[in-house]
Write a protein that binds this ligand. Structure first.
Ligand code: KMH
Ligand code: ZN
Length: 272
């Protein structure tokens, strides 16, 4: 596989302006960062949004405004989060899917998340998947632990997910699967044949796992949602700096960053 889809997770739900001044919060700031990431080599934006106080929200209207601001400036694939922030209700989290974005994240299981639990009850996951199927939104299956791959296979059997599936292995969350190449390899071996996958590493594991993903022929996710540092103790000056680095490494390894159009083709997204 020559082309690599670089996803930029530019906002997240947990990172704060206190931790990094480079975090975009308003529609304008998020759209500007999306443009910079696209220019640096990203094809997909994994999107969370914030309220006027900078707190994470899944409010449909806020998503609508931010998506419009991004679309006005760039052609990236927009993948809305349905994970939101820990503690949000399923109804709250599902709101942006009504806007029929091209993609949405879907976590098919629960996981300890630092001191909290990222709760995804089977009935809620099924409802999320059903809704995405109805509205023709391509799910990115977020895998924080190996059991979640098996849960995704059950959703296929129930007709709620349609292969080929697309996975994102998120490794290194405290409480989830540790960020090792061995774990990444294992996950690539248990997903259904014909699936596509991307890899995200939390904190200092981001660069190492992105590089491993490039070598193994997968796709990669970077950005401030997962890691705010460029190197130890040095903040990344926005997600685009992290995207530029991973794009540079990709090219060195013979992988070309996919354009949004190429990403749509690879992921089987038909509506733009
Ligand atoms: N903020 C995490 C609790 C997603 O976007 O789907 C969930 C998350 C995953 O970020
Ligand atoms: Zn997210």
């Amino acid at each position: 596989m020559d082309k690599v889809i670089i996803t930029a997770a530019i906002v997240g739900a947990e990172v704060t302006r206190k931790e990094t001044p480079y975090l975009p919060l308003t529609a304008e700031e998020i759209a500007e960062e999306a443009v910079k990431c696209r220019e640096a080599g990203a094809a997909v934006i994994h999107l969370h949004v914030r309220d006027l106080e900078g707190k994470p929200t899944q409010d449909r209207e806020t998503f609508k405004k931010v998506i419009a601001a991004i679309k006005e400036k760039t052609d990236v694939v927009i993948q809305v989060s349905t994970g939101g922030a820990v503690g949000m209700t399923p109804e709250e989290r599902l709101q942006p899917v009504d806007l029929q974005p091209e993609m949405a994240s879907l976590t098919p299981g629960s996981v300890n998340f630092g001191d909290d639990v990222f709760l995804n009850l089977p009935k809620d996951v099924e409802y999320f998947a059903q809704k995405m199927k109805e509205l023709k939104v391509k799910p990115e299956i977020e895998v924080f632990d190996a059991g979640m791959v098996e849960n995704a296979k059950i959703l296929v059997k129930k007709g709620l997910l349609t292969p080929p599936l697309h996975f994102n292995f998120v490794l290194g969350v405290p409480g989830g699967m540790p960020a090792t190449v061995k774990n990444l390899l294992y996950l690539t071996e248990i997903i259904p044949p014909g699936s596509t996958w991307t890899v995200s590493g939390i904190g200092r594991h981001q660069l190492m796992l992105n590089t491993a993903g490039l070598i193994l022929g997968g796709h990669v996710r970077t950005g401030l949602e997962d890691n705010i540092y460029y190197t130890k103790g040095v903040l990344a000056q926005g997600s685009s700096e992290l995207v530029a680095r991973v794009a540079r490494i990709a090219r060195e390894l013979g992988r070309t960053p996919a354009t949004p159009e190429e990403a749509r083709e690879i992921l089987g997204i038909t509506k733009g």
